[in-house]
Design a protein around this ligand. Structure first.
Ligand code: ADP
Length: 274
């Protein structure tokens, strides 16, 4: 499912004295099956943008195209249900949205609401618990008796249980320790590769973007100022500095490696572990 933003603008409290333009003329193409990172400082418009990706917000100007559905400024859309099902959003601190008595019920909640049978919803929950590296006995526990890392995995399982084709991740590692961060990011990468999930990672971590994404977009003051291949975007340190951003360390390591080799590499292939 391709996603396109065409000249998208968004203003909070539009036509009031408190109007705040949060997106300005944003053009972005997220091809089906890509891993796209959206980077920018706090206040640059990342959260506003991601809320357009499943029509939680509708554009004040321009058009958002999600698969074959066009959401145009000022026009009503009849049925947003298919979009809401196909685009899964893992919000920041998703564990805050857990609510049910047991992990099993919590994971099954979304699919049951969308008309999936009880048997199928339960099957999905069991498979996901295993895929996300959780012990089987968590299924009948209260989500509130789990560790922070386990709660986050349960919340992610709840989003995946809807079987989305696009996964939007809003700072998914916020508040985790370095090991937890790596485990969660590797998990999303595996899901992207194994299930062909289009993945959109909203982050302020240039390192995560360089490590995982195959496309990068930089937001600055509501505009998408740069987008393209990570090696091109991160390789242009002068341009990044204009937006008060520094190239990730992995890119600097790669530059040193290329200097030793005597020729440039076509893509980012140096990792911090090397
Ligand atoms: P980011 O996710 O990059 O931190 P946001 O999309 O949250 O950026 O915010 C973009 C701009 O919109 C900021 O100037 C922010 O203060 C403003 N903003 C965000 N949410 C609201 C809101 N509900 N009402 C008014 N202004 C908002």
């Amino acid at each position: 499912m391709d996603i396109k933003l065409q000249q998208v603008g968004y203003a909070y409290a539009k036509d009031t004295p408190f109007e705040k333009r949060a997106l300005v003329d944003v053009n972005l193409h997220i091809p089906s099956g890509s891993y796209h990172a959206i980077i920018g400082h706090t206040g640059s418009g990342k959260s506003t943008l991601l809320q357009h990706l499943n029509a939680l917000l509708k554009p004040s100007e321009g058009t958002v195209i999600i698969g074959d559905l066009a959401i145009q400024a000022g026009k009503k859309v009849k049925n947003l249900k298919p979009v809401r099902q196909k685009i899964g959003i893992v919000f920041q601190f998703p564990e805050h949205q857990l609510f049910d008595e047991t992990v099993l019920k919590d994971i099954m909640f979304g699919p049951l609401n969308f008309g999936v049978s009880k048997e199928e919803a339960e099957k999905r929950a069991r498979v996901l618990v295993e895929q996300l590296g959780l012990p089987e006995d968590v299924l009948h526990k209260s989500p509130f008796d789990l560790s922070g890392g386990q709660m986050r995995r349960v919340a992610i399982a709840g989003v995946l249980a809807m079987e989305p084709s696009v996964l939007v991740l809003d700072e998914p590692t916020a508040g985790l320790d370095p090991r937890g961060r790596l485990e969660i990011m590797d998990l999303f990468h595996k899901l992207h590769v194994d299930k062909g999930l289009t993945t959109i990672l909203v982050t302020h971590s240039m390192e995560d973007a360089a490590r995982y994404a195959d496309r990068v977009a930089i937001m600055h003051e509501g505009q998408c100022v740069l987008s393209g291949d990570p090696i091109d975007i991160f390789g242009n340190e002068e341009r990044l500095a204009e937006f008060r951003l520094a190239a990730p360390r992995v890119v600097r390591f790669q530059r040193e490696f290329e200097a030793l080799l005597g020729y440039p590499l076509p893509k980012l292939c140096v990792t911090e572990e090397q």
